[in-house]
Design a protein. Structure first.
Length: 260
């Protein structure tokens, strides 16, 4: 499989196969139907801001790896949707074991900066994302991953694709252009924050919030990408609903690396 470079994000669409496979199982999460072993039509992306996440989770220096506080952290890039029903959640598509040793040193350096566990061990977190979502990427169910070399290629392509997404779609840079910075003292208007992101993230972009001691922190940004990795209006209406109290001020918590 041709290696997918981090910067060449647009070429990632070449890896998307069009085969439709049988549905293996079905369940539900937050009102969105889940399917296994099927094709998909878009990606749901979630990125998180540790400055806010660590207000309600016990973060630690080990799990934050080399995160530098200058960008969001990736939560996941999730294949989603059926042609007949956009509100689907594709997961656990094939049994491809996670092997951390197969990730190239170059990719690992960037994972330790952009895709960390934050408050859980990073390797455990990435294993979860790989086994639930990564094995659905590309719909390559007819490929032979019986050797370490072919599995290594697939894993590195997947993680490189995800790194390309988190590096391209970065809220802090866009907010900084408008004089908005993470702070424990300054609050912002939710709609203002989201409107700044829409030209680059698409009209389906939303924020997720958590109230801590009466303060509403915006901790995550969700948005949708087409199979060409360009922003789209999320096909599923459920994916466009925020839990933030939009009439109330929101905070972007200041990030401070824990001492331990």
């Amino acid at each position: 499989m041709k290696a997918l470079t981090i910067v060449a994000l647009a070429t990632a669409a070449l890896f998307i196969a069009g085969s439709t496979l049988l549905i293996a199982s079905r369940s539900s999460r937050n009102g969105i139907v889940q399917f296994q072993n099927t094709d998909y039509v878009f990606y749901q992306v979630e990125i998180e801001w540790p400055g806010s996440v660590c207000k309600f989770n016990k973060c630690n220096k080990r799990d934050l790896e080399n995160f530098n506080g200058k960008h969001f952290n990736l939560h996941g890039v999730w294949p989603t949707g059926l042609p007949s029903n956009a509100c689907t959640y594709v997961n656990n598509c094939q049994d491809l074991p996670f092997d951390n040793s197969l990730i190239s040193p170059e990719v690992m350096v960037e994972l330790n900066q952009y895709w960390t566990g934050v408050y859980n061990p990073s390797e455990t977190f990435r294993q979860h994302e790989w086994e639930k979502h990564g094995v659905c990427w590309n719909d390559s169910f007819n490929s032979d991953y019986s050797t370490d070399e072919t599995l290594k290629s697939y894993m590195n392509d997947y993680f490189s694709m995800a790194l390309g997404v988190i590096k391209k779609y970065e809220p802090l840079n866009l907010w900084a252009q408008e004089g908005i910075y993470p702070s424990d003292q300054d609050s912002y208007d939710y709609d203002t924050l989201i409107n700044i992101l829409e030209p680059q993230f698409g009209s389906g972009v939303i924020g997720k919030c958590q109230i801590v001691n009466g303060i509403q922190y915006l901790h995550s940004i969700d948005f949708c990408l087409g199979q060409n990795y360009q922003p789209i209006d999320c096909p599923c209406a459920k994916a466009k609903k925020t839990n933030c109290k939009t009439a109330n001020p929101v905070y972007l918590g200041e990030f401070v690396m824990p001492s331990i």
